[in-house]
Design a protein around this ligand. Structure first.
Ligand SMILES: Cc1cc2nc3c(=O)[nH]c(=O)nc-3n(C[C@H](O)[C@H](O)[C@H](O)COP(=O)(O)OP(=O)(O)OC[C@H]3O[C@@H](n4cnc5c(N)ncnc54)[C@H](O)[C@@H]3O)c2cc1C
Ligand SMILES: Cc1cc2nc3c(=O)[nH]c(=O)nc-3n(C[C@H](O)[C@H](O)[C@H](O)COP(=O)(O)O)c2cc1C
Length: 1086
């Protein structure tokens, strides 16, 4: 075996810079690029080079992330795109974390700092960033390393010997298409370099869950347009005909020459794409002339100098950088193919004619001659024009060198033989006889689906057909309409759903966008003319996660006044719940006062819809009033009569976007996993949790058990005070009952493809059906088990649809009436609280799947407070929950809560979909010496258990002379023997002085006076006041009425104390405690 270790190929670090520990590595410009062969992983694969009878030992493949999809029975070696990334594809959390930390290992190893404190600090920083934002961030140097390594790992690229020389343009801060365009022009200018082409890459903002994508729609930054003039006649590059049509539909007009440079189609933040012409002087082009044959000139061939791929996704560090453009320089055969192949410029016959070849039969090898002469012409012309190009032989030789380097440096490199070999004369290059292994090592560049208008899955052809009639003067019309930006902040999806309805209405007259609130850019707030906010509140008066970044900005930007002009109008709709007392609508109120403070002008007053009191009505009323007001304010630009608005509302045309659903058998073999579908539908990163233990710890009044449940999940992260949100499954017997009432009974288990009617494109003569995120490919049984909640009440809108499905006229009439009268509906709902109850009562309902799925509420998660602390070895989490059971008044039917019953009934070993939700405010004070008062009732004890276990473990780990503050627990339940939860544990902790004060209140125990937690506060007021005065933090967990009672009681004991000492208390203690961040609540009402 000949040696493969040719040290000459490696650029070594200068001797004076090499330290002792470096001796096993090779360097390129100071960047460590590999480990010597003898340090690499064993289990190599022997690779032969038949052209010179050598063998290589390939071991890098053992680090491969995945193969190219071949199986034992077939090889996918020649398939163009084996596993393109899907549009909007997300990594699951676990995968992202693993890849990110593997990347950091690679990076720190490359700069010789692996396991250094820098590396460790960086890991911690990434971890924090991910917890806060759900994504990772790369520094410039890390990103630079990512792009270089991605190129290095590009199995299909022959020119990789240059992988460490690429200039990075960091466009991650670009927010508009104009900024993107300017940077791409800078990129092209740099790449041109007066013809001496340089490699460069531009990276725009990465894909972030909950935000819309940035994209370049072009497949290459520079390409020639293609036009279909008639069925048989084309002009330009045939591969670009479809894309050229899109550009023209968006307002671009091509000159219809052979060489029209296509404009850049750029998309920022999921908004409609914008079109930009690349300035002519930025495009290096070369006329293709033959060194000997003068008549070649007649063909008027030319080609551009910078090949810049702009449609691939860089998969690096657990992040999809889906908007990147990178260039190298051409190899002659690539341009040769572009000019000659039938699906491109198709010049084979024309060139043969000019060369005067005998084309009468194949055996004259005229085609080969065309190929050879054209390639000679290309090389000649580029060289003459001083524009970089590499001939196929030199490129092949350089690849062999690179291959040898890589074998030495890291045990090999992934390589795709089919692509690496040039399209002509391959067998006389050294790579033809070189065996290669093809696999994926990350980071790397991957194919991805092309973007689509309006983020809907719709084929380009269909799209053009759909929108063509509307596209006349599209741009000018859109531009004249006032700009309206709708932002939503929504935890469980209600505000988000409603913002889509708001969009449907406003988009008729305004140039409207809808986005998560996190995307509201304060620096560019003046770009909008009208801002509408639809925001709910969650946690302890906090923002939902898709508004958290904006909430932080509010807190950081109290002095932004000077930048603002008050021509920007705004209106806010809040969604909330009055039972949260002072926190009712806390987050929309915060946004409201912030907007006012920065000088925006309120167009219509803040309204907050209370979910306990006909919220839909409040929401619609806000929408109507705000829309009327906006049509007055913007009356110069939009002409709408009041009666037209009335008509829109009376028909409620804009309310239901999806009116019709249809399905057909799915051609793909199976549906995707439930967990990934649920994650996708709900914009979450759900993970598999296995139920490993369940134990009864008490009983409710109705004798339903109260349980402690233990779940296990890999690489778990949480801290006391956090929640877990769980997706349940509908009970089998309920699913079977509903299935038995459906008309389409034969197809319960067949996987179906669902499509919804898109009313914005459909008209009387044609209907357009689209896929929708809410309906992944699934069977009807799966739909009713996992994706729709058959346990929740049917909405009034849903009842309207059901009424039409009643065969019996009386039932039809009844359901219709209920669907129109809110008060009657509220009463009726108590007796028929879910679909099963409705189907049992209304026997004439004849239901098909299509209408049922439109009527049913989507499956939503349920929150549970965590009752344990994390042990990293065990990866377990515990919750404390009661099984919800209720009886209806009218017929005494018994129903169970969906999730609690599901968790109570599921077998040990069952795997469920869930996610940890961080709760920032509900945390014990960092200062251990501060006292803590915990007040709760029922299962409200759940998070307190995690607190006391945390305290206990802290005390066990630290020295006993630690100054630990007092720990007081005030707990309300019904009977001591039935539902005083964790009583043994509490007793032991009392004995160990970990819990210093324990005040139980029993409301229904014959052996004790009837008391609630408030009574215990009065009874022990001296002690409680003392603890508060010593800086205690107060934690309340349980129902909102209990919480309201407790806050009142605390204020009252202070009043009394001051009265006794002859002073008047004019301060609200709770308010002060809140201001000092010493009052924390975790409220749940069921
Ligand atoms: C932040 C937070 C933390 C939480 N922590 C815990 C915890 O630690 N432990 C715990 O046990 N729970 C906790 N919960 C409550 C928990 O999320 C669930 O709400 C609870 O388990 C019931 O869910 P379910 O799916 O079983 O019931 P669901 O199927 O959601 O049923 C509830 C529905 O049943 C209907 N219903 C209920 N009673 C009646 C009635 N009398 N008449 C007619 N209809 C009725 C109503 O439509 C109601 O919306 C928490 C909630 C939140 C928001
Ligand atoms: C954990 C939790 C905390 C909540 N906290 C508040 C609150 O502090 N103030 C309030 O008005 N509503 C609160 N709510 C009620 C929600 O704002 C209300 O249910 C809203 O309709 C949800 O809208 P969404 O689905 O868009 O998030 C809370 C709801 C939950 C589940």
């Amino acid at each position: 075996m000949k040696s493969t270790n040719n040290g000459n190929f490696l650029i070594k670090k200068p001797a004076n810079q090499v330290n002792k520990s470096d001796k096993n590595f090779y360097f390129d410009n100071g960047l460590k690029i590999g480990v010597k062969k003898d340090l690499q992983t064993k289990c190599p694969f022997t690779i032969h080079s038949f052209s010179d009878d050598r063998t290589f030992s390939e071991s890098l493949h053992t680090k491969s992330a995945k193969g190219i999809g071949c199986s034992e029975k077939f090889c996918k070696g020649s398939i163009l795109k084996t596993q393109s990334l899907k549009f909007n594809q997300q990594k699951n959390k676990q995968e992202a974390i693993k890849e990110h930390f593997e990347f950091l290992d690679q990076y720190y190893e490359s700069i010789n700092k692996k396991t250094s404190t820098f590396h460790i600090d960086r890991i911690n920083l990434s971890d924090k960033h991910f917890r806060k934002t759900g994504t990772f961030y790369l520094t410039f140097s890390e990103l630079e390393f990512a792009v270089k390594t991605s190129w290095r790992n590009s199995a299909r690229c022959i020119g990789r010997i240059n992988w460490s020389n690429i200039k990075l343009f960091d466009g991650r801060n670009c927010t508009t298409t104009k900024e993107m365009f300017d940077l791409l022009c800078q990129h092209i200018r740099y790449a041109n370099n007066g013809g001496n082409i340089q490699s460069a890459i531009t990276v725009f903002r990465q894909r972030i869950n909950g935000m819309y994508d940035f994209r370049i729609w072009n497949s290459q930054l520079i390409n020639y347009a293609g036009y279909q003039l008639s069925e048989s006649e084309t002009i330009g590059d045939k591969s670009q005909i479809e894309f050229t049509r899109i550009c023209e539909s968006l307002g671009w007009k091509g000159k219809r020459t052979e060489h029209d440079i296509l404009p850049l189609v750029l998309q920022a933040n999921g908004n409609a794409p914008d079109i930009y012409e690349i300035p002519e002087d930025l495009i290096v082009q070369v006329d293709i002339l033959h060194p000997k044959n003068e008549s070649f000139k007649k063909l008027q061939l030319k080609w551009f100098g910078v090949p810049a791929v702009s449609s691939m996704c860089m998969d690096a560090a657990g992040i999809f950088f889906n908007c990147v453009a990178f260039n190298g320089w051409y190899m002659n055969t690539e341009i040769g193919r572009d000019l000659i192949e039938a699906n491109r410029y198709n010049k084979l016959n024309l060139i043969a004619k000019v060369l005067n070849l005998d084309i009468s039969n194949n055996s004259t090898l005229w085609k080969d001659e065309v190929l050879l002469e054209t390639n000679k012409a290309i090389l000649y012309s580029f060289n003459k024009a001083g524009v970089t190009i590499v001939d196929l032989h030199s490129a092949a030789e350089s690849f062999v060198k690179h291959y040898e380097n890589e074998i030495v440096l890291r045990g090999g490199t992934p390589a795709d033989w089919v692509w690496i070999n040039p399209s002509m004369s391959a067998h006389i290059t050294p790579i033809f006889g070189l065996e290669m292994l093809n696999y994926v090592v990350k980071p790397y560049f991957e194919y991805q689906e092309m973007p689509k208008l309006q983020k809907k899955i719709i084929k380009f052809k269909t799209l053009i057909r759909c929108i063509k009639p509307f596209l006349t003067n599209f741009r000018s019309k859109i531009q004249n309409r006032p700009k309206c930006s709708i932002y939503y902040a929504s935890q469980t999806g209600k505000a988000k759903d409603f913002s889509n309805k708001v969009f449907n209405l406003y988009n008729k007259s305004f140039n409207t966008k809808v986005m998560p609130l996190n995307e509201l850019n304060l620096e560019r707030i003046n770009d909008a003319e009208l801002i509408l906010i639809i925001a709910s509140t969650t946690g302890d008066g906090e923002s939902p996660s898709n508004g958290k970044i904006f909430e932080e900005k509010i807190h950081q930007n109290s002095n932004l006044q000077s930048n603002m002009k008050n021509t920007v109008k705004f209106s806010i709709l809040g969604l909330g719940d009055k039972t949260y007392g002072e926190n009712f609508g806390a987050f929309p109120k915060l946004i409201h006062s912030f907007f006012k403070s920065i000088g925006l002008s309120e167009m219509y007053p803040l309204m907050i819809a209370d979910q306990m009191e006909n919220e839909e009505n409040t929401m619609l009323s806000w929408l109507k009033q705000s829309f009327m007001e906006s049509s007055k304010v913007f009356s110069e630009k939009i002409k709408l009569q009041e009666n037209e608005i009335e008509k829109m509302f009376s028909t409620k045309l804009f309310i239901n976007t999806i009116k019709k659903l249809r399905f057909s058998p799915c051609k793909e073999s199976s549906s995707s996993s439930v967990i990934s579908n649920l994650s996708n539908i709900n914009d979450k990163n759900l993970r598999n949790f296995e139920i490993i233990h369940r134990e009864i710890i008490g009983f409710r009044q109705d004798n339903e058990p109260i349980l402690r449940l233990k779940l296990r999940c890999k690489d778990l992260q949480y801290s006391p005070g956090d929640h877990i949100e769980i997706f349940a499954e509908n009970a089998k017997e309920n699913v079977n009952f509903v299935l038995s009432r459906l008309n389409n009974s034969q197809i319960h288990d067949e996987i179906l493809k669902f499509e919804v009617l898109d009313e914005s494109f459909s008209n009387n003569s044609s209907e357009f059906w689209l896929s929708d995120k809410k309906y992944p490919n699934m069977s009807i049984r799966q739909a009713l088990t996992y994706y729709f909640d058959i346990n929740k009440p049917i909405s009034q809108d849903g009842l309207k649809i059901l009424a039409n499905k009643a065969i019996n006229e009386k039932e039809k009439e009844l359901l219709k009436n209920i669907s129109e009268d809110w008060k009657e509906y509220e009463l009726w709902k108590k007796d028929y609280p879910n679909l099963v109850a409705v189907l049992r009562k209304y026997l004439s309902l004849s239901l098909d799947v299509e209408s049922l799925l439109v009527v049913l509420p989507q499956m939503k998660s349920r929150f549970y407070s965590i009752s344990s602390i994390l042990n990293n070895q065990k990866n377990e989490v515990e919750i404390t929950f009661a099984i919800l059971k209720y009886e209806t008044k009218i017929n005494g039917s018994v129903y169970y809560g969906l999730c609690s019953k599901f968790l109570g009934d599921s077998e040990i070993g069952k795997v469920i979909s869930a996610e940890i939700i961080e709760s920032k405010k509900f945390k014990l004070p960092k200062d251990l010496s501060l006292p803590v008062i915990l007040i709760g009732s029922g299962t409200g004890i759940a998070p307190f258990r995690s607190f006391w276990i945390q305290r206990q473990s802290m005390l066990q780990r630290k020295s006993t002379d630690l100054n630990i503050g007092d720990f007081a627990l005030i707990y309300g339940c019904r009977e001591k023997e039935k539902d005083l939860l964790y009583s043994k544990e509490i007793e032991n902790l009392r004995a160990a002085k970990i819990i210093n004060d324990f005040y139980p209140a029993f409301s229904r125990d014959p052996n004790f006076p009837k008391e609630y937690v408030q009574d215990k506060i009065y009874e022990n007021k001296e002690r409680i006041i003392e603890l508060i005065n010593r800086g205690a933090h107060i934690y309340i967990c349980g129902r909102s009425d209990m919480s309201n009672g407790v806050t009142k009681a605390i204020n009252q004991i202070y009043d009394e104390k001051l009265n006794l000492s002859g002073k008047v208390n004019n301060q609200d203690v709770i308010k002060i405690l809140k201001q000092e961040n010493r009052f924390h609540q975790d409220i749940f009402n069921s």
